[in-house]
Design a protein around this ligand. Structure first.
Ligand code: AMP
Length: 187
């Protein structure tokens, strides 16, 4: 199973990604987790990307594409993945599409978790993970999402891959709705 979770910041894609990957027995790949692991470990990549995360900006496409390529291809060939947080720009989606074509491992479904902005802001403020969760940064992250990531919704809809799920529900209900959506997908 090769599934992409597309959602604004604070919509719970990390939580749902872990739950769905565990239930389907595939790899959970989170671009945000990979970046944060690098920052914590003090790697060169971590040092490069730290300021982008703190500001709520996206890290450059080339950096994220290099970082994700190996994990995505490896998972695609070993049972599949639930991909959380990548691709996040039109350029990244185009690169991911080319890579999947080369490898013969096309995406099978995109789950779009819809959550209203005011709910997202409240959730992110409550989570307060640190420097990247101040109110100004949260507003900026949402603006970046609307400008850079939202265009992917129409693109995946045009490819017949998009399944919309109401993300403004309790965690278990969202997971169940995701599973229902995936039950219609030939995987
Ligand atoms: P997340 O945990 O998915 O919300 O990601 C946290 C932060 O990591 C984002 O605000 C971005 O700064 C960065 N990030 C994660 N995924 C990507 C991506 N695909 N492209 C660019 N930046 C990303």
């Amino acid at each position: 199973m090769r599934v992409l979770l597309l959602a604004p910041p604070g919509a719970g894609k990390g939580t749902q990604g872990k739950r769905l990957a565990a239930q389907f027995g595939v790899t959970h790949i989170s671009s945000g987790d990979l970046l944060r692991d690098n920052i914590i470990a003090g790697t060169e990549l971590g040092t490069t990307v730290q300021a982008y995360l703190a500001a709520g900006d996206l890290v450059p496409d080339a950096v994220i594409e290099d970082l994700l390529r190996v994990s995505v291809v490896e998972a695609a060939h070993t049972g599949g993945y639930v991909l959380d947080g990548f691709p996040r720009t039109v350029h990244q989606a185009e690169q991911a599409y080319l890579m999947a074509q080369e490898e013969g491992v096309a995406l099978q479904a995109v789950l779009f978790l819809r959550v209203p902005d005011d709910v997202l802001t409240a959730r992110l403020l409550a989570r307060g993970r640190g420097a990247d969760d101040t109110e100004a940064t949260i507003r900026h992250r949402l603006a970046v999402y609307h400008a850079e990531t939202e265009p992917l919704i129409a693109a995946y809809q045009a490819r017949g891959l998009l399944h919309e799920v109401d993300g403004d529900q309790p965690i278990e209900a969202v997971t169940a709705a995701c599973r229902d959506a995936l039950a219609q997908v030939p995987v």
